[in-house]
Design a protein around this ligand. Structure first.
Ligand code: SAH
Length: 341
């Protein structure tokens, strides 16, 4: 049975048309689910009894379960259990500009980035649309807050689950749905070139971030398996195409791994390949994990790297460090949990 939280308005309208009911029911359902936040069909008291019974037969409205929660002052990390017992994470970060939630897109990940915890547990399956939507609703309910920003940077490669991702973005962006502005939503990819090109044609104002993490193929091949399929040059070309079609600035994420990609020379090379592109670089202090043999770069090295990019007129920011105390590194909570249980 399909979960109701996985339906875009268009798909719900189609459903009601198919059962010979009124299209506007879709909007009524959305009001109940996303504005009034009811969790049962019986609460939807402006809908006829017989339709309610039909809905109950055709859809599930079940939730996802919080099985672990860790709180630090400005970050709350969740571990959820899904219906088939799979586990995924989401991280809520409180910024001065609002509440940002980092959501997962798959159970595990197949991209195999050497530094990333998520890949240690191979992809089990894609997340269904409702399992992404419910990460937001569940956190909002648990903390009694509204999430203003979404980053699809949790476990998984969103572009490896493309169609579900698109429906998810549609639902959370819909004014009648969760109503999060497209410019407040960011999708992060390890660089699946055909999907970057496809995304460029979706006519969405959603932000795109690319996990680059290296200034050349030699280094990137060592830390990101996907680079053997799509090289840096191909990524840059697809990003240029994306910018041309969307007129939107792209973010390049760059994790600082000590003695791997964080030298002055690396910064110079990075500046060269990004020169003239409408982008900015987000330098990410590496979140060390107990399981993997990478070290974070010391502050001075990060600052020196930052200075070189600045000097070369590349827009650059250093990401605020969140939650190293609460295992907020991508996939950490889940893999620690799987090991203990
Ligand atoms: N698969 C997508 C989204 C998930 S990863 C992607 O690759 O972009 C989200 C971001 O967190 C990526 O930039 C990833 O490289 C980074 N990341 C993974 N492990 C990390 C760690 N231990 N510390 C800091 N960033 C990490």
């Amino acid at each position: 049975m399909k979960n109701i939280y996985g339906y875009t308005i268009e798909k719900l309208e189609q459903y009601f048309t198919n059962i010979n009911d009124k299209k506007f029911r879709a909007i009524q359902i959305y009001e109940w689910l996303y504005k009034k936040r009811v969790t049962s069909f019986d609460s939807m008291n402006n809908i006829k009894k017989e339709i309610i019974e039909k809905l109950k037969k055709d859809f599930s409205i079940s939730n996802i379960e919080i099985i672990n929660k860790q709180t630090d002052k400005d970050v709350v990390k969740y571990l959820f259990k899904l219906e088939d017992n799979s586990k995924v994470e989401a991280v809520l970060m409180k910024h001065d500009y609002g509440n940002s939630l980092c959501v997962s897109s798959q159970v595990g990940c197949n991209m195999g980035c050497a530094f990333c915890e998520s890949g240690r547990l191979k992809k089990v399956r894609n997340l269904e649309v409702h399992e992404m939507v419910l990460q937001i609703l569940t956190v909002e309910k648990d903390l009694n807050i509204r999430v203003s920003h979404i980053v699809v940077m949790g476990i998984g490669e969103p572009f490896d689950n493309y169609d579900n991702l698109m429906d998810f973005l549609n639902i959370i962006n819909a004014p009648k749905g969760i109503d999060i502005g497209a410019r407040h939503i960011t999708v992060s990819t390890c660089g699946i070139v055909p999907k970057i090109k496809k995304f460029a044609r979706e006519q969405k104002q959603v932000n795109l971030a690319i996990s680059l993490h290296a200034p050349n193929d030699k280094i990137r091949n060592k830390i990101m398996k996907i680079n053997k399929v799509y090289t840096i040059n191909e990524i840059i070309e697809s990003v240029k195409e994306y910018i041309k079609l969307t007129n939107r600035r792209v973010t390049f994420e760059y994790i600082m791994l000590y003695n791997i990609n964080d030298s002055i020379e690396n910064a110079v090379e990075l500046s060269k390949i990004l020169k003239g592109i409408n982008c900015y670089v987000n330098i990410i202090p590496y979140n060390e994990t107990s399981n993997i043999e990478f070290k974070k770069s010391p502050k001075e090295r990060i600052m020196a790297f930052y200075d070189i990019l600045k000097k070369n007129n590349i827009n650059v920011t250093i990401r605020k460090e969140f939650g190293s105390k609460v295992s907020a590194a991508c996939g950490q909570l889940r893999s620690n949990y799987e090991e203990e249980n």
